[in-house]
Write a protein that binds this ligand. Sequence first.
Ligand SMILES: C=C1C=NC(C(F)(F)F)=NC1=N
Ligand SMILES: [Mg+2]
Length: 217
Amino acid sequence: MNREQLQLYFIMGSQNVEEHDPIVVLEEALRGGITLFQFREKGENALTGEDKINFAKACKALCKKYNVPFIINDDVNLAIALDADGVHVGQDDANAIAIREKIGLDKILGVSTHSLTEVTAAINAGADYVGIGPVYATTSKSDANSPAGTILIEQTAATYPSLPIVGIGGITIDNCQTVIRAGADGVSLISAIATHEEPFVATRQLLHVLQQVAKIS
Ligand SMILES: C=C1C=NC(C(F)(F)F)=NC1=N
Ligand SMILES: [Mg+2]
């Protein structure tokens, strides 16, 4: 995985799209040019069992059609079963070292981090990128920490300049440039695309704004 692939990292599950069809939303986002996708099926009405597997397979097939890596959140066994391109895990999921051993070196491993200590541990576990947030207030994650702003992104970029970083949490077209200027390689988001009337348009607009402000290398 190269750090440019983090530029516009869309995360979605069936619960994030209000009255829209999640498969249509994903195809529109892919057509619009998202650079990475995370399948994140969780929450009280999340799909389970065969429904979840079939939904994941449909999302994976769409990502393949648009040549965008397909990442699965939390569910390492599903990621292996579907031969996903990688997994994203949080601090409360299994130990990242064990997960790296389980998925192998050719899969993408992303880790959520909330402190420099957790960033260092993620690096030692062999993470390909770290997610840092929530930068701003989010409604997409019920158990999110309180918004931390961009300070940890700045500290991490300064301490580990070669570590790919993606910011997450309440990111919109209005604040995404601030996140990149702080040192993130990209932004990850759910609602800014998933709840937009026109996910294709939302994606194009976000990319346009993000392309104005490359990471200060
Ligand atoms: C809780 C999360 C934190 N960060 C990320 C990512 F953006 F992929 F790094 N994904 C998550 N699901
Ligand atoms: Mg998790």
